[in-house]
Ligand binder design. Structure first.
Ligand SMILES: NC(=O)c1ccc[n+]([C@@H]2O[C@H](COP(=O)([O-])OP(=O)(O)OC[C@H]3O[C@@H](n4cnc5c(N)ncnc54)[C@H](O)[C@@H]3O)[C@@H](O)[C@H]2O)c1
Length: 273
């Protein structure tokens, strides 16, 4: 039986993940590979990608790595050429790279604001635009709509203290995704686009964020901030990277074939309250 991310003739679909050196990105790359996709793993931190490529290959998957700064249009063009020359048109794009700044509105500088938007929002726009024709072509050729998964957050839906700039970038991801979904449908593109909204995920990103939240007065210490965040999720814990990765596989696969423009909450019930 074919895997979820293989076509009927057994061909592997192709995927590109940004920010793949990080917690959610690396888990996503592995999950996509486990479900039958060839995966191009990308990050600004290229050195950290070779171990991930080795790990995927050791499990029998196919992967390659490239340096990709998501805020740089030229960097996207180079990655696009590399994946096209090796595997043909891309079928799954995961715009995952992201950064955070934990500061009050009063303390957030214009440089903080611009840096966050460059990576979290502009990066997603540039990637979507860069791969649009290829994703449509792959959808037409394979008979399965291609899929873009954009990384938002619960911060794209509800307010979180000391994260106003970050929340603004994630709200932009959410609304870009919806408008693009309507447009792509109107244009008849063989392509779906959805956003994913994790609660707190136990990665280096979250550890840094919790430390800074503790320092900002959200809780008396980073340990207490961690306990408070776990308790704030009705499921009683933070997520692990693979729990987000599995949802991304679902959005990439034809199991979600009637979903486009949706916001998938994978948040342990955080926004259900
Ligand atoms: N961890 C959480 O609690 C959480 C919750 C909701 C959403 N998210 C989102 O999930 C995504 C991944 O987060 P994570 O927890 O794995 O963080 P992480 O810090 O472990 O990984 C982020 C990766 O993005 C890369 N990166 C940074 N700037 C980049 C750029 N300009 N171009 C390309 N890559 C760049 C980093 O090198 C890093 O490898 C982010 O978009 C984040 O906002 C995280």
């Amino acid at each position: 039986m074919n895997k979820l991310l293989q076509l009927k003739d057994g061909t592997c679909r192709t995927a590109l993940v940004t920010g793949a050196a990080g917690g959610i990105g690396s888990a996503t790359a592995k999950a996509l590979s486990n479900h039958g996709a060839k995966v191009m793993v990308t990050d600004v931190n290229e050195a950290a990608l070779s171990a991930l490529v080795d790990e995927i290959r050791a499990e029998g998957g196919e992967a390659m790595a490239a340096a990709l700064d998501v805020g740089d249009p030229e960097s996207w063009q180079q990655a696009r050429q590399q994946v096209f020359d090796s595997w043909g048109p891309l079928s799954i794009l995961v715009n995952n790279a992201g950064i955070d700044v934990v500061k009050s509105v009063a303390d957030t500088s214009l440089a903080d604001w611009d840096r966050l938007f460059r990576v979290n929002s502009t990066g997603m726009f540039l990637g979507t635009q860069c791969f649009l024709d290829d994703l449509h072509a792959a959808g037409q050729a394979g008979g399965v709509r291609s899929s873009i998964i954009n990384m938002s957050s619960i911060c794209g839906n509800v307010g979180v203290a000391f994260q106003s700039a970050y929340s603004a970038t994630k709200g932009a991801v959410r609304m870009f995704t919806k408008a693009a979904a309507v447009e792509f449908g109107t244009l008849g593109l063989q392509l779906r686009i959805n956003s994913i909204h994790p609660g707190t995920v136990d990665t280096a990103f979250a550890a840094q964020c919790l430390t800074e939240l503790g320092e900002a007065g959200f809780a008396p210490s980073p340990a207490e901030a961690r306990a408070a965040i776990r308790a704030a999720h009705p499921i009683g814990d933070m997520a692990q990277g693979d729990e987000i990765a599995d949802a991304i596989v679902f959005l990439a696969s034809d199991l979600s074939r009637f979903m486009t423009g949706s916001e998938m909450m994978v948040d342990g019930g955080y926004t259900a309250q």
